[in-house]
Design a protein around this ligand. Structure first.
Ligand code: ATP
Length: 252
């Protein structure tokens, strides 16, 4: 793995039944960058992310987090590699019966073995990172959709991950709230140097935060374009790619 690389996906293949969802997918993510994964509905973005965080084993190929192939190593090495990762799933996945602070505390309590006061202090730091320091004692049902996303981000950042995976972070949010999440993503990246991988459809967000992107093809199961989002929009030879980045329907 090169000095700048933190993730390497090599010849990844995913097959569900007869369906070859991903085929010969190859790319690398560099340390400290914000990397975007786009593609039409059903092109395999979420599937790719699940394989990058070790939730599923691929039919073929490798996924390296640092030097660890998480599709092939032993359980201990995989668990250490995955300790470097924070994930925000689409629905934020906060536990509804616990307060925001208790949700953020969960991974810290589970993995650090620290006493309760130390955990509480870390939770407060994480909540202030996402401007929720006054909402720790609220239940998820008592805060807005944007705040739930921020709480989910605080929990994803709980163990100081090197890499943050975000699945559709602005889904279901109004444009102003979505832009706040974008600013938070940039803030985390710039102040903490966290590498951030985002699966998204949201063009405003792609252009606001993304420096490099890959696009998965709907039919092909592999990457049909890669580069800076503005370059893909303005110069990519494939009309499907330009249409995606200008939000034009196929017959426009
Ligand atoms: N666990 C699974 N078992 C069988 N098929 C699956 C599974 N997960 C995904 N698929 C199929 O794989 C394809 C890609 O799905 P995936 O959810 O990864 O796409 P996506 O690009 O994230 O779509 P969307 O933007 O709509 O969320 C789809 O045809 C889907 O039906």
């Amino acid at each position: 793995m090169g000095a700048q690389e933190i993730i390497r996906v090599e010849n990844l293949a995913v097959v569900y039944g007869e369906d070859h969802v991903l085929d010969k997918v190859n790319f690398t993510v560099n340390k400290g960058e914000i990397f975007i994964i786009v593609g039409g509905s059903g092109s395999g973005k979420s599937t790719l992310m699940r394989h990058m965080i070790g939730l599923e084993q691929p039919a073929g190929g490798k996924v390296f987090i640092g030097d660890t192939d998480i599709a092939a190593s032993g359980e201990k090495a995989i668990s250490l590699a995955l300790r470097r990762i924070g994930v925000l799933f689409q629905a934020s996945a906060l536990l509804g019966s616990m307060t925001v602070a208790e949700n953020v505390a969960l991974p810290i309590t589970e993995f650090s073995g620290l006493p309760a006061e130390a955990v509480a202090a870390i939770v407060q730091i994480k909540l202030s990172l996402v401007s929720l320091e006054c909402y720790g004692d609220h239940l998820p049902s008592e805060i807005s959709g944007g705040m739930k996303k921020r709480a989910g981000l605080a929990r994803a950042m709980a163990l100081n991950p090197d890499i943050l995976f975000l699945d559709e972070p602005s889904a279901g949010l109004d444009p102003v709230t979505a832009a706040e999440i974008d600013r938070l993503i940039l803030h985390i990246n710039q102040t903490l140097g966290t590498t951030i991988v985002i699966v998204t459809h949201d063009l405003d967000s792609i252009f606001a935060v993304g420096r490099r992107a890959i696009m998965l093809g709907r039919e092909t199961g592999n990457i049909i374009a890669r580069g800076a989002p503005a370059d893909l929009r303005d110069h990519d030879p494939d009309p499907e790619v330009r249409r995606f980045f200008t939000r034009r329907p196929p017959d426009a």
